[in-house]
Design a protein around this ligand. Structure first.
Ligand SMILES: NC(=O)c1ccc[n+]([C@@H]2O[C@H](COP(=O)([O-])OP(=O)(O)OC[C@H]3O[C@@H](n4cnc5c(N)ncnc54)[C@H](OP(=O)(O)O)[C@@H]3O)[C@@H](O)[C@H]2O)c1
Length: 258
């Protein structure tokens, strides 16, 4: 038997990267997590890696440029394979950060490397803080539908495509097992946690975006507007096939938060 692939995680020190590293560790594969310091000489940081899991920072101002630079560093370092962490419905021109990922996907497909693309829906974990306070406030509709997904399931799917053959040239959308509204999420939380969790749609125009720059605020407002009108429906069958089981439900994930 050959040695296991050496895997580097670009953006591996953040929320997503830590989950992917833990999932790889769960299948006995140690991965090298790179943070922003590695971007100073990325090809040197990638030396010896067979495959890269590529995660861009949240709301990067120019994700196609960031991905192009990372792909160039991979080629310079002799990396053979890339798995790119995109998003569900990347070609949504109303949301600049989704559109950046759509453009970056095209760069990945034309990179000359063996490639796989994962398109996760929004993580259930994004809602944890609000749910735990009992007041889930969002500046978008409580009635539009999302394929909210367990980040740990996304990470396990990433580990599958990184360590098993047969995923070159594949683009996989990764949603939870059912489409849910935020009103339903609050009802499930009330049931699972055994205490009231209310969902409230706050006025998007009153959303302050505290601590964020002007551009990030504009981009997030655009996302809220899209969520308000359309949600982010995402199928769950592909994730189930990759995991070999039903992905975690909203209730499954919240049971862990008790
Ligand atoms: N949250 C969701 O529901 C969701 C769903 C689908 C897709 N995504 C996508 O997942 C990606 C990662 O999200 P996340 O929550 O894991 O992000 P995160 O926790 O903020 O982690 C970001 C990573 O990027 C690195 N980084 C930050 N600024 C950088 C820079 N200027 N140059 C190079 N590296 C930099 C960070 O390194 P340091 O540790 O050194 O700062 C860290 O490793 C985003 O592209 C997001 O769009 C998120």
């Amino acid at each position: 038997m050959g040695r296991p692939p050496l895997i580097a995680l670009i953006g591996g020190t953040g929320k997503t990267g830590r989950a992917v590293q833990a999932a790889l560790s769960g299948v006995g594969v140690e991965a090298h997590a790179l943070g922003r310091a590695a971007s100073a000489d990325l090809s040197a940081a990638l030396a010896g890696a067979d495959a890269v899991y590529l995660i861009a920072p949240n709301l990067h101002p120019d994700e196609p440029r960031y991905v192009a630079d990372a792909l160039a560093a991979m080629r310079a370092a002799g990396v053979g394979r890339v798995v790119y962490h995109s998003v569900a419905s990347p070609y949504a021109p109303a949301m600049p950060h989704h559109l950046g990922k759509a453009t970056a996907e095209d760069l990945v497909r034309r990179s000359g490397l063996a490639w796989t693309i994962l398109q996760p829906c929004a993580y259930l974990q994004n809602l944890q803080a609000g749910v735990m306070t009992g007041a889930l406030s969002v500046p978008y509709s409580l009635e539009t539908r999302f394929g909210l997904v367990d980040l740990d399931d996304v990470a396990r799917a990433a580990a599958v495509v990184l360590t098993e053959p047969g995923h070159d040239g594949a683009t996989y959308e990764l949603g939870g097992p059912a489409l849910v509204t935020l009103a339903e999420v609050a009802a499930i939380a009330t049931e699972v946690l055994g205490r009231p969790v209310t969902a409230t749609r706050t006025d998007p125009d009153a959303w302050a975006g505290e601590g964020l720059g002007e551009r990030e605020q504009v981009w997030l407002r655009a996302m809220f507007g899209y969520y308000d009108a359309y949600g982010l429906p995402t199928g769950g069958r592909v994730l189930a096939a990759l995991l070999g089981r039903t992905p975690a439900t909203v209730a499954d994930v919240m049971t862990r938060w008790q």
